[in-house]
Design a protein around this ligand. Structure first.
Ligand code: FES
Length: 147
């Protein structure tokens, strides 16, 4: 009479099956990680370009008021090309205006004055007006804003 010990072969089969599954999962994970290392995700965009004006709409000697992501700004032709200045005074944040007779930005709150390149030239403002990077593509004028 032959006795077949099914328990031993079943135990060995299950042991081999779990070991094979474990090794398979380990190799799969290693392959996925190696793929991520070799082909990293593209960096997320840091800036968006927003269309703010057409070049023909910008006067020669005066700034064009624009709004950039909720911030009031003035787009102006300078010796450096087109520049968009934030209207927020760098002293306490009042809105600066353009004085066309003096060709300067003036702040009504404490008489801060900035030249046409946005540099603070008199009064309490501690630094120049903030600028937005302007990109011109043909006739269209864009500014770069952080995403
Ligand atoms: S807020 Fe503009 S000069 Fe003070």
């Amino acid at each position: 009479m032959t006795v077949i010990n099914d328990n031993v072969s079943r135990r060995k089969f299950l042991s081999n099956a779990f070991m094979t599954l474990g090794v398979g999962l380990g190799l799969g994970t290693a392959l996925v990680r190696a793929g991520q290392f070799l082909m990293p995700k593209p960096k997320a965009k840091e800036f968006d370009e927003i269309l703010i004006a057409m070049d023909a709409d910008i006067p020669e000697k005066a700034p064009l008021p624009v709004e950039i992501s909720g911030n009031k700004a003035l787009l102006l032709r300078t010796t450096e090309g087109l520049v968009a200045f934030s209207r927020k005074c760098t002293d306490l944040g009042c809105l600066v205006s353009w004085d066309s007779s003096r060709e300067e930005f003036v702040c009504p709150c404490h008489q801060g004055v900035y030249d046409k390149n946005g540099k603070n030239i008199s009064g309490p403002p501690p630094r120049p007006l903030d600028r937005f990077d302007v990109v011109k593509k043909g006739e269209m004028v864009y500014v770069k804003v952080k995403v």
